[in-house]
Design a binder for this molecule. Sequence first.
Ligand code: CA
Length: 224
Amino acid sequence: MRILVVEDEEKLARYLKKGLEESSYVVDLALNGTDGLHQATHESYDLIILDIMLPEYDGLSILKAARIAGINTPVIFLTAKDSTKDKVEGLNIGADDYIVKPFSFHELLARVRVCLRRGSHKVALELKVADLTLDSLTRKVFRGKKKIEVSPTEFSLLEYLMNHAGQVVTRTMISEHVWDSNFESFSNVVDVHIAKLRNKIDKGFNIKLIHTKRGAGYVIEEQD
Ligand code: CA
């Protein structure tokens, strides 16, 4: 299991690396936001431990960039600030857990184990809803035997919906995961892309998979 630790307090970073290596994890360190962002989005990890307050890019921006890039690696935030706002924001953009400094290594290790256990179920490379399949590795989408051509944005949108199959996702959730922070959440961009996706995924098939939940958002599932 390979872990990325992004932490600018070098002493703490080295302490975490040493402790995790003693527990037989492979550990990479990034000591600033720039390196953290690069490694989180260009290397493959089973878990990222991410400090929030970092020089250059903060932890929230790194997580956001990673999720936008389609990286679903579990993330544990380290934060000195026990502020509700940071927690809510972090969890909204897809952090898996939080640990408030100062913490004991023992506590961190317990969280790491839980996260990795959960993570191993979550990193399904092939997502499937009824006869619709999406392969995260080859980036191919099939409905039954029919190959469906989708744009990169449609792919991200579909991947997000399929990762939450059976759950209603709101337009805000979608926009935060599929578009960058310049996205205007009051615009109808989400609806336009859903409509395009529907045209490709559901048109001509008896069983419709993408459903609108009026006033709430969208859900992908096989309904009877
Ligand atoms: Ca820090």
